[in-house]
Ligand binder design. Structure first.
Ligand code: ADP
Ligand code: ASP
Ligand code: MG
Length: 407
């Protein structure tokens, strides 16, 4: 018998009615397959718990935060198991610590190290559906850990890999991976297939339909991964290896990220060690830096620009003030009203001119490009946040991704 892992996100677990729809899907699947279900907390629940914690302690204790946040998924596994039982389906719920999803000790962004599959396998062999709490695990001292926001995707793929499942199905509120977020571009088109590599870029550049780490895992362990809708039947989108030849689109999608902020240190001396003097201090504070640009020097000085997560913006600005003085820089300028828009496609490898097409489309709309970065299969630009929708839609049109232009 085939074995599948089905993951249902927060919007699918929003209320008793949608939980009923989830239970119907699981019940239908378990008639012909063994099914392991991974669920997220009910929609909005994790945010509410974060707010509660912030209201009680200024910087919430990381261990206790994980104890708190993991309760969202505990509610979901119990409710879904009940809904299944009410449909005559044998089901049993499992917390991460009961399965034993072993993680490292990094509270808030723990990484899965290994998963014991015996308990789940024994439930499956008894004809039960195993309902597992996503987003959580347990470290070697028995502390509850969580995997970071959106982490249930990772739980599902990791379980599918450990159980050698035939497919991992991610059920959400859209019926697949689209050429861009359909909430921004109504003409966005569902992709039949997308390569792991492209999906990884899309996810890391802001498309939150799948969490980056889950795609990494699926690629590494070759777990067939599919994104589908809980609310609408259809084939969804299959994430595939590149070899399985796909209709070779030049660009597969447009991703965007609204969570970044840009910082420029102007007039720093153009000499060895300056980049290190700036970014070393930032790294020491565990602040992740994304794009980095250093201009060519003029008059012995240069401008140094980089982006960080918006949540880290203020801390980074505070950190840089004394460094700028020490370096005798002219000033530090910050802007947290920027967005990063990226075009992604493996076809880029073998085609020239993508960048110029992109810049022309943006310039035709009068959008000023503030930063640029490229890799083999993507080009990203930073623009003012007021241009987000305009930029995404202009690029979507320019690269022929709109629905009416398909096929
Ligand atoms: P869940 O609660 O099921 O985990 P998420 O909100 O995390 O769902 O992810 C689904 C959302 O991702 C969609 O509603 C959509 O707005 C957004 N999204 C962003 N980029 C894309 C894309 N390229 N294709 C599909 N959905 C996307
Ligand atoms: N409940 C967690 C979150 O909201 C994990 C998830 O939904 O995947 O981030
Ligand atoms: Mg999600």
């Amino acid at each position: 018998m085939t074995l599948i892992v089905q993951k249902f996100g927060g919007t699918s677990m929003a209320d008793p009615e949608t939980i009923g729809l989830v239970a119907d899907r699981v019940a239908a699947a378990q008639k012909t397959q063994q099914v392991v279900v991974v669920v997220s907390a009910m929609s909005g629940q994790t945010n509410q718990l974060v707010e509660l914690a912030n209201a009680v302690q200024e910087t919430p204790d990381r261990r206790e935060m994980d104890v708190l946040l993991s309760t969202g998924e505990q509610v979901s596994i119990a409710l879904l198991s009940m809904a299944l039982k009410s449909r005559g389906v044998e089901a049993q719920s499992f917390l991460g610590s009961q399965v034993r999803i072993h993680t490292d000790e990094t509270h808030g962004k723990a990484r899965i190290k290994s998963i014991d599959v015996e308990i789940i396998e024994s439930a499956l062999n008894q004809g039960k559906v195993a309902v597992v709490a996503g987003f959580q695990g347990v470290d070697q001292s028995g502390n509850i850990t969580t995997l970071g926001r959106g982490g249930s995707d990772t739980s599902a793929v990791a379980l599918a890999a450990a159980l050698k499942a035939d497919e991992c199905q991610i059920y959400t509120d859209v019926d697949g991976v689209y050429t861009t977020d359909p909430r921004i571009e109504p003409d966005a088109r569902r992709l039949e297939k997308i390569t792991f590599e492209e999906m990884l870029e899309m996810a890391s550049l802001g498309a939150k339909v799948l969490r980056i780490r889950s795609v990494e895992f699926a690629g590494k362990y070759q777990v067939p991964l599919r994104v589908l809708s809980t609310f609408k039947d259809g084939p969804g989108t299959l994430i595939t290896l590149e070899e399985q030849k796909m209709e070779q689109a030049l660009i597969s999608g447009i991703a965007f990220n609204k969570d970044e902020a840009k910082i420029t240190i102007r007039g720093v001396p153009d000499r060895p060690g300056v980049a290190y003097a700036i970014l070393g201090k930032v790294a020491d504070e565990n602040i992740e830096v994304d794009m980095i640009i250093q201009n060519t020097g003029a008059d012995g000085t240069t401008d140094f620009t980089f982006t960080v997560h918006r949540n880290d913006f203020k801390q980074t600005m505070d950190l840089l003030a004394p460094i700028a003085t020490e370096l005798k820089a002219r000033d530090v300028h910050g802007d947290d009203r920027i967005v990063k828009v990226s075009v992604v496609g493996v076809g880029m490898r073998s085609h020239a001119g993508i960048a110029s097409t992109m810049f022309k489309a943006l310039s035709d709309e009068g959008i000023n490009v503030e930063m640029i970065s490229t890799s083999e299969i993507k080009i990203s630009v930073v623009v003012n946040e007021k241009y987000l929708e305009l930029a995404v839609r202009a690029l979507h049109r320019e690269f022929g991704l709109d629905q009416q232009k398909a096929d």
